[in-house]
Design a protein around this ligand. Sequence first.
Ligand code: HMG
Length: 433
Amino acid sequence: MHKSVSGFSKLSKSEKIDWIVTHYLSGSEASKKTLLQYLNSDKKLQQLHDEFIENTISNYYLPLGIAPNFKINDTMYAIPMAIEESSVVAAASKAAKFWMSRGGFKAEVLSTTKIGQVHFMFHGDTAVLESFFNIVKPKLLEATKDITKNMDARGGGILDIVLKDKTEAINGYYQLHGTFETLDAMGANFINSCLEQFSKTFKAEAQLHLESPIEIVMSILSNYVPDCIVRAEVSCPIEELADKNIEDPEMFAKKFLQAVSIAEAEPYRAVTHNKGIMNGIDAVVLATGNDFRAIEAGVHAYAARNGQYASLTHAKIENGIFTFWTELPLALGTVGGLTGLHPLVKVALDILGKPSAKELMQIVAVAGLAQNFAALKSLTTTGIQEGHMKMHLMNILNQFEATDKEKATIVDHFKTHTVTHSAVVQAITAIRQ
Ligand code: HMG
């Protein structure tokens, strides 16, 4: 059986499905049925999804949930979250409700600068390159006027271009390092278009005025955005931390700070700690049609900016006040990309009140902070499994294809028993005997 193919992209969708079923799924009718089952009967909607990517054969659903009760800068939000993992939405909702009655979340955008670079090689005199760059810089800006005019009119555009000598890292390596303000757009296309124009103009001018040639390697934005930072924070007097799981708020605050310090000092813990933050961040980033790979890459680079991977959240107690906060880079957009195309993304943005990119940065950072608060609260009190497994119970029951009646009986049973995988298996075996 041939497992390679030429011209796959030119086949119709049903031909693609048949090819994959025949060559990689042993002709399984059940697999084919599953692929077809996930296609939408609304042809226009399906075509829209088919055309988001290439070689589409089906749709891959994620549940869209709502975490209500988020009070952010005194405005109430219900936050849409697209995620597959049980207990994330419940945890965010629980943290939101907890902080709603303790002043809510405060969030602030500290900076919004995006970055892009033209990477090139030059083996001549650096001083000559520098004076050439200074002469040619206005021409680089002038040549992008067509690309930047709309963004300029809205108050954004190119902030600056500097020449960077990177020859200590790689022989002959330099950069044109551009900084950009892209307002409500994530800005990838805008930045990349500007960069490609810089490289064309730069190369053409170099051919006219430099003896040693420049060789453009590539022009591309950076997903590392340490100057596109948002801060989110919660705080309250220690005694107000008391609730059903926190009988001794002093002790809780102390343990919570210890947990954060461990994530600040210890990379193995920091990665899991930050994974919990990303549970909240990615879910909102996905629901609002943003690029979660870009966000992930940028956030983790930022977490390692001091040479060791560390916690993205911090906590302190000062004068009896408990404060918990995060500062992280989030290059998000609320116009362009999927935001205007995906019908569910539009609804998600409507639920959030059609936020600006800055408002979305605040909401996403808060979702990350809330998630981390819920996880640390569980970890330092009941342990994570109690709540997580309670939420995961339905997944285990679905694995066993439990009927509605069986589900009701077992859910009732676990209201007073601890959920573990083996306890659920035992319970289902018992009621089936
Ligand atoms: P609980 O105390 O059993 O919840 O917590 P409750 O029944 O008392 O309800 C309180 C509130 O929680 C509810 O208020 C909801 O807001 C929310 P209400 O709606 O009743 O007014 N809530 C729910 N929301 C939606 N659906 C539900 C639901 N249940 C409660 N079914 C909970 C249970 C799971 C929330 C709690 O134990 C918790 O926050 N656990 C943390 C879970 C977590 O962090 N999960 C992420 C996955 S684990 C992970 O990947 C990350 C980690 O490794 C990161 C790290 O190590 O730092 C942990």
